[in-house]
Design a protein around this ligand. Sequence first.
Ligand code: PHE
Length: 449
Amino acid sequence: MPARGEFSSRFGFLMAASGSAIGLGNIWGFPTNAASNGGAAFLLVYLVLVFGLAWPALMAELIIGRHAQSNAVRALQGLARGPLTRRLGTIVGFAGILTVSLILSFYAIIGGWMLAWAVEAPARLLGWEAASSWLRADGLSRNVLFDALFMGLTILIIMAGVRNGIEKWGTRLMPSLFLILLGLIVYVMTLDGAMDGLAVYLIPDFSEALDPQLIISALGQAFFSLSLGVGTMLVYGSYISPRESLSTVGWMVAALDTSFAFLAGLLILPAMYVALASGVEIFDASGALVAGPGLIVAVLPALFDTMGGAGGIISVAFFILMSIAALTSSISMLEVPVAYVVETRGISRHRATLLIGLLITAISLTIVANFGVLFDSVVTLTTEYSQPLLGLFFAVFVGWIWHRHGVLEELKKGHAGVEHTLFWKFWPFYIRYVCPVAILAVYVQLIWF
Ligand code: PHE
């Protein structure tokens, strides 16, 4: 079997794992969700859910991964106590691989749009009018080409492996992402209307904060945002050095992801109200703020158009930001099936990546060609139904199937005194009782209401 990859440093892991977590979900999901659901009150609910439920679940994946030193399927099988739990491990592991491959196939479509928009402004500035309108229009040929291009970039990085691909690009791209985001926030804050957006984002309205519907969407958002339930964090965990304290890096990833979501809100909401002040429609037919892809490819470009020459530059910066955020997440998705195939079928990383990458590209292009029928269903199925359910099973594996002693031994590596920390006092209880019950409650709501 080929030697397994390992991140070279804590910083390398943090950039890679937060690169996975910080993605399109943070930039368009969190801010609009917050603005439409009570502003800072949503932020509070979200923080409670992230640190009360999603972070414990993230820890479960990291711990399983590093313990098993293996892909998701083998890792879960390895924790089994008998044939029944072994079979459960196989099913959950494979369901994770399937789910993450489907997530990648819709994510690549949006990643492709971001790339297309990133080159649109330069084309316009160069006077290439035809190219610019082709890049703007939501046409099949553009979507196919840029979807394939986005998948191509993802494949190239994953081919290069853990250190030379995932870690290298994570440490390059994540700081750039941070700087571009800060620059954009500062600029947008100076424009007319920005303060109205800030008020909508930050003034709490508690009347909606405890609505069950809102809690469901906040939990879904938290699971998607931390890349949970599909084996991504498990596989990244398996590349963490045994000298590293898992409890420390785990909370750092959760904190980085949440901080980025919060920062993204400081850009998106003010930008939407600046757009409103310039006459762009930012509410949909039902009166809610435009969210999701519509926000990114309709509202914001319209805003950039009103800014004259500066708009072109801002537009490029913004869409490069989106492309980077998408790419550091998409590589973490492709790594899940690739790690499985490399480790169980003995195929080289190059071949495995190419094979699986092309397969997912084919699925993605099928969705592009049948966008109206397939896109929303694939998103709902994977992110709303599959991810939380699989997250529940990961919690069950760590809380009920794996021996508590084994979990502690794993955590002690890199953190000898972990037994006496607050983390070890609360977390085992959380992962055994609170996480499964809470996820189940949300799930029941989702299915029955
Ligand atoms: N966390 C990523 C985002 O917020 C999405 C993701 C989901 C990445 C599942 C990996 C696995 O965009």
